[in-house]
Ligand binder design. Structure first.
Ligand code: ZN
Length: 502
C-alpha cells in the first residue's frame, strides 16, 4: 500500500504536470501561434492555471502534507523526501495565504495594467499608467501583509523570488557595491573614448548568426537532444522536463550582440535545468533554487565566460570565418574590448556589466519608497530621473526611456529586480570558487573546452535543483555567504586593464 508521502508526491506530480502543460502553451504563444489564437489561448491558460492552483491549495493536499510530514519525520537532511516536504510546505503556505478575492483582483489588475502600460510607454504618457501603479503598490502592500514578514513589508515580496533574502541585508550589499562601483565607473568614463565598438553595428546575416550561436552553446554543453532554440520577441527559457528545456532568441540583422550574448544567456539558464539530477524529474524540486541563482548561471556564460579574453581567443577566429568582411579590420584584442565597452545608458536591458547593477539599485530604492509611502506614485518619474543622474550621469528626457521602460510593475511584480543583481554577484562568486578548485578553467576556455567549469556547476549547483534554499546552496558550494566581493574583484581586474587605469 502506498504511504501518505507517495500519495502526496503523486498529487504534486499532477501539479507539476499542469504547470508544464501551461508552460508549453505559453511557449507556443510566444513562438509559433498565429496572433488570432490569442483570446482562446488566454482562456486555456487561465483554466490550466486555476486547476493547478486548486490542486496545490485544496484541503486534501493540506491534509496529505500533514500526514506525510508525520509519516516521514526525521528524514535525513538533503534527501529527496526531506526537501520535497520542506518545499511543498513552503509552496502550500504561500499559495494558501491569499484569499480568493485577492487572487482574482490581482489577476484582473495585472492583465489590464499591462495593456495600459504598453500604450503609456508607446505614447510617453505616465499619467495614464499612474492610477494602475497606485493599485499595484496597494496590492503589493496587501500581499506583504498576507505573507507576513519580520522587519519590513518588502521582505515578504523579496522572499517570493529569492527565498531567505531580507531587505536590510540587500541594502547593505548594495551600499557597499555602489560605493566601490561609482569611483570605478568615474575612472572608466574619463577614458571612455579608448574603446570602439562600432564593429558590432554592421549588417550580420541572421542565418550565420544563428549557426554561430548554436555552435558555441553546443560547445558550452547545451544539449540539443534535450532542447531546441526558436525565435521570440522577448527571449526566455522554459522547461517542460529535465529532458526538454527550450531557449529562444531574437536576431537583429544590424547588431551582433543581442542574439549572440542573448543565446549564451538563455543557454546558461537552460544548462542549469538540464543539469538537475535525474532522480528529481517530475518532482517539485526539478527547477532552480531561486531567480537569483538561475540568473547566476545565465550571467556566468554570457559575461564571465562569454565576454572573457580566453573565450574570444578561441572564438574570434571562428567568428571571423563566419563574417570575414565585417571583421576584416579588427583583431582579437580589439573585438574583446568592443564587447566590453562601458557606456552608461538609459535602458537597463542594454546596460554593460559595470553599470547594470546601478540600474537595479534605482528600481530597488524606488520600490522601497513607494511601498513605504515615502514616495508618491505621481513623483516617481522625477525620482527616477534624479537617481539615474546621480548614479549613471544620464538623465531620461522622457518617461518612455525612464520610469516606463520595464514591464515588471505593470505585471504586479515588485521585489523582483534585485534578483538580477544577486545573479550577477553569484556568477562571479561561483566562478571564483570553480577556478580555485580547477585553476586550468581559463586555459580550457581558451581552447573552447568547458567540461571542468560546467562539471563544477553541475556538481555544486545544478544537480540539487530546488533541494536547498539559495543561502544554503551558495554556502555549501563556495564556503562563503552570498556577497559582492568576488564580483567587485572581477570588475576591478577586468576594467582596470581594458581602460588602463593603472
Ligand atoms: Zn536571465
Amino acid at each position: 500500500l502506498p504511504g501518505k508521502y507517495e500519495e502526496l508526491c503523486q498529487r504534486l506530480a499532477e501539479y507539476s504536470n499542469l504547470g508544464a502543460a501551461a508552460g508549453l502553451l505559453h511557449w507556443d504563444q510566444q513562438t509559433y501561434m498565429p496572433s488570432g489564437g490569442g483570446p482562446a489561448r488566454a482562456r486555456q491558460l487561465a483554466t490550466l492555471t486555476r486547476i493547478a492552483h486548486e490542486t496545490l491549495t485544496s484541503p486534501e493536499t493540506g491534509g496529505l502534507l500533514e500526514a506525510a510530514e508525520r509519516e516521514r519525520e526525521g528524514e535525513p537532511e538533503g534527501s529527496v523526501a526531506w526537501a520535497t516536504l520542506r518545499m511543498a510546505r513552503r509552496d502550500y503556505e504561500q499559495a494558501t495565504r491569499f484569499p480568493a478575492d485577492y487572487v482574482s483582483e490581482l489577476a484582473r489588475v495585472r492583465s489590464e495594467a499591462q495593456e495600459v502600460w504598453a500604450r503609456a510607454r508607446a505614447a510617453n504618457d505616465y499619467a495614464s499608467f499612474a492610477p494602475w501603479l497606485e493599485r499595484i503598490v496597494e496590492l503589493s502592500r496587501r500581499a506583504a501583509d498576507y505573507l507576513g514578514y519580520a522587519d519590513e513589508p518588502y521582505d515578504a515580496l523579496l522572499d517570493q523570488y529569492e527565498p531567505g533574502l531580507v531587505t536590510a541585508e540587500l541594502k547593505a550589499t548594495f551600499t557597499a557595491l555602489r560605493s566601490a562601483l561609482l569611483p570605478l565607473l568615474k575612472a572608466v568614463l574619463a577614458r571612455r573614448t579608448e574603446v570602439d565598438d562600432s564593429v558590432l553595428y554592421q549588417p550580420y546575416a541572421v542565418d550565420a548568426q544563428r549557426a554561430f550561436g548554436e555552435s558555441v552553446i553546443r560547445d558550452l554543453g547545451y544539449e540539443f537532444e534535450r532542447g531546441r532554440q526558436d525565435e521570440a520577441v522577448h527571449p526566455f527559457t522554459t522547461s517542460f522536463s529535465i529532458h526538454d528545456v527550450r531557449i529562444t532568441t531574437r536576431f537583429n540583422p544590424n547588431w551582433l550582440s543581442p542574439a549572440l550574448f542573448g543565446t549564451l544567456h538563455e543557454a546558461g539558464h537552460a544548462m542549469y535545468e538540464q543539469g538537475i539530477a535525474r532522480e528529481l524529474e517530475g518532482t517539485i524540486l526539478a527547477s532552480g533554487a531561486s531567480l537569483g541563482v538561475h540568473e547566476s548561471q545565465s550571467r556566468l556564460w554570457e559575461n564571465v565566460v562569454g565576454r572573457s579574453r580566453p573565450f574570444w581567443h578561441h572564438y574570434f577566429p571562428k567568428l571571423r570565418q563566419a563574417f570575414p568582411e565585417q571583421l576584416a579590420r579588427i583583431d582579437e584584442e580589439g573585438f574583446y574590448r568592443a564587447v566590453n565597452k562601458v557606456s552608461p545608458s538609459l535602458i537597463r536591458v542594454e546596460a554593460d556589466e559595470l553599470t547594470y547593477n546601478l540600474h537595479i539599485m534605482v528600481r530597488f530604492e524606488l520600490e522601497l519608497a513607494l511601498l513605504a509611502g515615502d514616495l508618491a506614485v505621481g513623483d516617481a518619474p522625477g525620482a527616477w530621473a534624479d537617481k539615474m543622474e546621480e548614479y549613471l550621469e544620464v538623465r531620461p528626457s522622457d518617461d518612455t526611456e525612464g520610469v516606463l521602460q520595464d514591464v515588471h510593475w505593470s505585471m504586479g511584480v515588485i521585489g523582483y529586480f534585485p534578483t538580477y543583481s544577486i545573479g550577477n554577484l553569484l556568477s562571479a562568486q561561483l566562478y571564483a570558487k570553480a577556478v580555485a578548485d580547477h585553476p586550468t578553467i581559463p586555459e580550457q576556455t581558451a581552447r573552447g573546452q568547458f567540461g571542468q567549469l560546467l562539471g563544477w556547476m553541475r556538481e555544486n549547483v545544478h544537480r540539487f535543483g530546488r533541494t536547498y534554499f539559495p543561502r544554503e546552496l551558495v554556502e555549501q558550494a563556495t564556503g562563503q555567504p552570498v556577497g559582492g566581493q568576488s564580483y567587485l574583484d572581477y570588475l576591478r581586474a577586468k576594467y582596470s586593464e581594458i581602460y588602463d587605469l593603472g
